[in-house]
Design a protein around this ligand. Structure first.
Ligand code: UDX
Length: 438
């Protein structure tokens, strides 16, 4: 099947390349010609394990192209995936939908045959119906469906080709049939698929992200209690996780969630519920957000305490800049947020990250960046482990003793072996492990 993918950011680029693995012929469209050039040459504009290989082999088959020409992308395609961003609006919690609106309009204006527009972007409930009504009003031959994407950064290829489930929000059997044809191979693999209305499909995505954010903030709230009750949140989440009804995943306490999805999606969801007259239903999400942001403040406060109440003249290494390991994404990164806050308080902050330094430097040019862990940690009064890359877990604390000015480790991700570091002579503070820190 001939497919167009509108928007080749993280989601669109991965989706476009993966669709060729399902046997389709795909043209990816983006207004950013630098991105189009890079992808056309087989160079990924972002770090994502496995994506480079999938991109390269998809281009080699001749079934994948990228273009900045709307006509080239849209004409002749039967299915058009909308993969553009829905960032948080400036000065508001609501989602900015102007990229989605423009993409749908562009496809409608340029398409030369019947077909299906399939939204994958995360949108406020009601958006798809509004767009479908607009297509109908304009007498378009195109139909609209919503097929939310659940991929995680760092596991994007796997999540795209082997999803836990597929969700099809449709208004006709024809649309459902087209989507089943697109995903035939994945459905044949036994992946569950759910066909529903547009609004429910949109809600599945924001509800899933809200649930994940709630799980993380729940365990971080427990960490706050552990800190005052001299209890250990790591053991607590292990013990909770054995309960099959609760499960251990997304129950890792630490610096909390960041990235381009969870923080903005829960805010946009609350804002939308308010617009629809159901604001009471989601007031808890505001608390989830507050718990999450409090963890960042907590790390800065603890760092200040460990440094004797004064950041001035102190050297701090922040290990990690990406919002999570195996990603170079620094959007709403807790690690960078903490680094910037300590820098503002007068500390000399050196940041290390295996992949995210270029992006971090663009966002916070005044921080100092080191490409080697040793350089970041040399002569420091405190190391803050802010993103749990494997490289940091395998640091030998005995070897680092002679490198630093003061052997202090603030483990904000519960990533290092507390006993090993303590026995090596370090003062270790790990979030939510009150009993261990007393
Ligand atoms: C998320 C959703 O998981 C995905 O389904 C959706 O499509 C996009 O948003 P992503 O943003 O890639 O994916 O990251 P995710 O793996 O969900 O982690 C989000 C944040 O939560 C990270 O900052 C991570 O460090 C943090 N996290 C995760 C925790 O603090 N504790 C945990 O136990 C798990």
């Amino acid at each position: 099947m001939r497919i167009s993918v509108i928007g080749t950011g993280y989601l669109g680029a991965v989706h476009a390349a993966c669709m060729t693995r399902l046997g389709h012929e795909v043209v990816g469209y983006d207004t950013d010609s630098a991105k189009v050039d890079s992808l056309s040459r087989g160079v990924s504009p972002f770090f994502e394990p496995e994506f480079g290989a999938v991109l390269e082999s998809a281009l080699a088959t001749g079934r994948l192209r990228f273009t900045s020409s709307a006509e080239e992308a849209v004409r002749g395609a039967k299915v058009h995936f909308i993969c553009v961003g829905t960032p948080q609006q400036l000065g508001s919690d609501a989602a900015d939908l102007h990229f989605v609106d423009a993409a749908v309009q562009m496809v409608a204006d340029v398409a030369d045959c019947d077909g299906l527009i399939v939204g994958k972007s995360t949108v406020p409930v009601g958006t798809a119906q509004r767009l479908a009504d607009r297509l109908n009003r304009d007498g378009s031959r195109l139909e609209l469906a919503w097929n939310p994407e659940f991929l995680r950064e760092g596991l994007a290829v796997r999540d795209n080709l082997h999803p836990d489930r597929l969700v099809f929000g449709v208004t006709s059997q024809h649309a459902e049939k087209s989507l089943m044809e697109v995903y035939a191979k994945i459905i044949d693999d036994g992946t569950p698929y759910i066909t529903t209305d547009l609004a429910t499909a949109e809600l599945v995505k924001v509800a899933a992200n809200s649930f994940l954010a709630t799980k993380i903030s729940f365990i971080n709230a427990m960490a706050e209690v552990c800190e005052v009750a001299n209890a250990d949140v790591v053991t607590l989440s292990e013990a909770l996780g054995y309960d099959a009804r609760i499960g251990r995943r997304f129950l890792s306490a630490g610096l909390g969630f960041g990235g381009g999805c969870l923080p903005k999606d829960i805010r946009a969801f609350s804002a939308r519920a308010g617009e629809l007259g159901a604001s009471d239903a989601l007031t808890f999400l505001r608390e989830i957000d507050k718990i999450n942001m409090r963890r960042r403040d907590k790390v800065v406060t603890v760092a200040g305490t460990l440094l004797g109440g004064n950041f001035l003249g102190k050297n701090i290494a922040v290990l990690g800049a990406a919002f999570k390991p195996n990603s170079d994404d620094v959007r709403d990164s807790p690690a960078l947020n903490v680094a910037a806050a300590m820098h503002l308080k007068g500390a000399s902050v050196r940041v290390h990250d295996p992949k995210a330094i270029p992006n971090a430097r663009r966002q916070f040019p005044t921080l100092t960046y080191c490409s080697a862990i040793d350089d970041a940690c040399r002569n420091t009064d405190l190391i803050v482990l802010a993103t749990e890359w494997d490289e940091y877990r395998s640091i030998d604390p005995r070897l680092f003793l002679s490198l630093v000015r003061e052997p202090r480790m603030l483990d904000a991700r519960n990533a290092v072996d507390y006993d090993f570091w303590s026995e090596a002579g370090w003062q270790v503070y790990a979030l939510g492990r009150g009993a261990l820190n007393s």
